[in-house]
Design a protein around this ligand. Structure first.
Ligand code: SF4
Length: 602
């Protein structure tokens, strides 16, 4: 029996009718799906299973699940995460994203294990959750406002300065399919278009206020294991380096290893990487740290541009992925510009990885003459064209001119310009993350088989394979991908950040111990991993139901066709024959059919 960790309450809000209900959370669902992404996957699976027709991700029938986890908001390292789960307008299939900050913590304190939002509000609105008081507040004055401005408007409208707010920018209002939801200035749930789903529901913001104590079975035991955990993290030799640079430290690593996206993934080493790395950020731009709830690692870098064209730009970040995709991938190395582009994406609410992937493809497409200036409203986009990049980002957010097509993401772009097929790096309609996979077939397999498209957080295996995998068999590499795909959902299900585990080797067994102290349920790591493996089968089952099969499980064409031209990974390319073999092995190990069907149905 579960003795802590849950309120056993799900808030269900229908924006169309304005009604809300609190429905009980079944204990078996709590046990089997744990929380966060697990709950979201279950509720989205139920939606797909019970629907007689195909659900339009931007229709009122789609749901948005907001779910922290049973560990969120407790005295546990980096326990400030919260999942957003829905059907993605970028891919048309299952999608989720996790967001840090304190929003999810406040939602837990309001007494809910998850919120399900359905329907469409009659006008632009905010959903305000203040413990048991639920209000849908018309917010027409927020139309066109940035995420930061929206937070102020919501605070005025609710009369509560301490509300924790997740909001969308103009890109979300306009249903750009790679728009984000933003909180705490620059913490985003990105990639798969959660901002667009909110926009389609006329939901500009969700604001929460909670006053409840979080249920913990054995607080003394939790304090003991958490104290040990915080000390473990602080004693790591890279702890202070991590605080100094956060994910920006990856720029040098990726460049040295030959996996840095450069000139739209054509190259993997950027000749000016030293102009946009973590040291440049630290020396010239960083003015402070920031952290999500309860995190001693504080990976957020608050940066200010003090001089030049972008003087006065202040932003938290960028992370490595943003710097790489808006920087080297577009042939741009001016770090002040990267900060400006990152800040602009945050303000309008656009995903930086997808923005960089799409603009890079346009640049290469023009360079190779397969699209013209006429295709881009008379504009020629050259590598490193800072003004051009910033202009295109604004056009996408506002759906101006060609931005209307680009806001539809890879699927809309390829429908209009099929000649970009070999140039636009995407899987299942989601643009590829900032790690080249041509020298690491496991990473290519991770991108290909990811349930949300080409996103690195599903199976970030590239470093392990490049550093240790010289003598690995395809079986070993498929095992590595499956292990990552199984262990990584656990973090989102618990409501914690995975970065202590990734970057500082924080042992995963700690999470089993946290879970036991909070819930009073002793489970083995194998048992917990079986839950997350089931979630992977479940999301696959959703996707198969929506038409996904083996044909969709391949990395971008470039991975097979264009050998890396120079650098440490020079000559690398994934062989199609090898990929077919590893895909067969992967399916067999997962217990999926040769066409990629999992053994469970919805
Ligand atoms: S490591 Fe970074 S992203 Fe993760 S919880 Fe800490 S501050 Fe947030």
């Amino acid at each position: 029996m579960i003795k802590g960790g849950y309120f056993f309450s799900i808030l269900d809000v229908d924006l169309t009718s304005g009604e809300s209900n609190v429905v009980p959370l079944d204990e078996k669902v709590a046990y089997d799906y744990i929380g966060g992404r697990g709950f979201g996957a279950r509720f989205v699976a139920d939606l797909v299973k019970n629907s007689r027709k195909r659900i339009d991700p931007l229709g009122p029938e789609n749901i948005l699940v907001i779910a922290p986890g049973p560990l969120s908001g407790l005295y546990i390292p980096a326990a400030g995460k919260n999942s957003f789960v829905t059907l993605s307008p970028a891919t048309g299939i299952y999608g989720d994203s996790s967001m840090g900050g304190v929003f999810g913590v406040e939602l837990r304190q309001a007494g809910y294990d998850a919120v399900i939002i359905r329907g469409r509000a009659p006008e632009l609105s905010a959903l305000a959750i203040d413990d048991g008081r639920i209000n849908i507040i018309p917010l027409p004055e927020a139309r066109g406002k940035t995420t930061l401005e929206t937070e102020q408007i919501v605070r005025q409208a609710t009369g509560d300065e301490d509300m924790k707010i997740a909001s969308i920018g103009v890109a979300g209002e306009n249903c750009a399919v790679f728009s984000c939801v933003n909180t705490d200035w620059s913490r985003n749930a990105g990639r798969i278009g959660i901002g667009a789903v909110m926009g389609s529901k006329n939901l500009k913001a969700v604001a929460v206020r909670g006053s409840k104590d979080l249920p913990v079975h054995d607080l003394d035991a939790l304090m003991d294991v958490s104290r040990e955990g915080y000390e473990h993290i602080a004693s790591h030799e890279l702890f202070s380096f991590w605080q100094d640079q956060g994910l920006m430290s990856v720029v040098d690593y990726a460049n040295t290893m030959g996996i840095l996206p450069t000139y739209n993934f054509q190259q993997t080493v950027f000749e000016r990487a030293d102009k946009m790395n973590g040291y440049i950020m630290e020396d010239r731009y960083k003015i402070g740290d920031s952290a999500c709830f309860g995190c001693s690692m504080s990976c957020g870098n608050i940066c200010l541009v003090k001089e030049g064209k972008y003087r006065g730009t202040v932003t938290e970040g960028p992370e490595y992925e943003s710097a790489a995709m808006l920087g080297s991938n577009l042939g741009a190395s001016n770090f002040a510009y990267i900060l400006k582009a990152n800040a602009l994406c945050d303000e309008v609410g656009l995903d930086t990885i997808s923005s960089g992937g799409i603009i890079g493809a346009l640049m290469e497409g023009q360079e190779k003459g397969v699209i013209s200036a006429d295709d881009l409203d008379g504009k020629t986009l050259n590598w490193g064209d800072e003004d051009g990049i910033l202009e295109i980002i604004s056009k996408i957010a506002n759906r101006e001119g060609v931005g209307d097509t680009l806001a539809g993401g890879s699927r809309a772009i390829l429908a209009r310009w099929p000649q970009l097929t070999g140039i636009l790096c995407q899987v299942k309609g989601l643009e590829q993350s900032a790690y080249d996979s041509r020298a690491a077939i496991s990473m290519a397999l991770g991108y290909g088989t990811s349930d949300i498209g080409a996103h690195h957080t599903r199976a970030w295996t590239v470093a392990r394979e490049l550093e240790n995998g010289e003598n690995w068999s395809l079986q070993d590499k498929a095992d590595l991908v499956i292990y990552h795909q199984n262990v990584r959902p656990l973090f989102d299900m618990f409501g914690v950040c995975r970065l202590p585990w990734i970057e500082l080797g924080f042992p995963e067994d700690y999470y089993r111990r946290f879970y036991a102290a909070v819930t009073g349920v002793e489970r083995t790591m194998e048992d917990l991993l079986a839950c997350s493996s089931h979630i992977y089968d479940l999301t696959r089952s959703i996707n198969v139901n929506l038409g996904i099969s083996r044909k969709d499980d391949y990395p971008p064409a470039r991975t097979f066709e264009d050998p890396v031209p120079s650098g440490p990974t020079k000559g690398s390319v994934v062989s199609r024959e090898e990929y077919e073999k590893i895909l067969d092995i992967y399916y067999e190990k997962r217990g999926w059919s040769a066409e990629g069907e999992p053994p469970i149905s919805l």
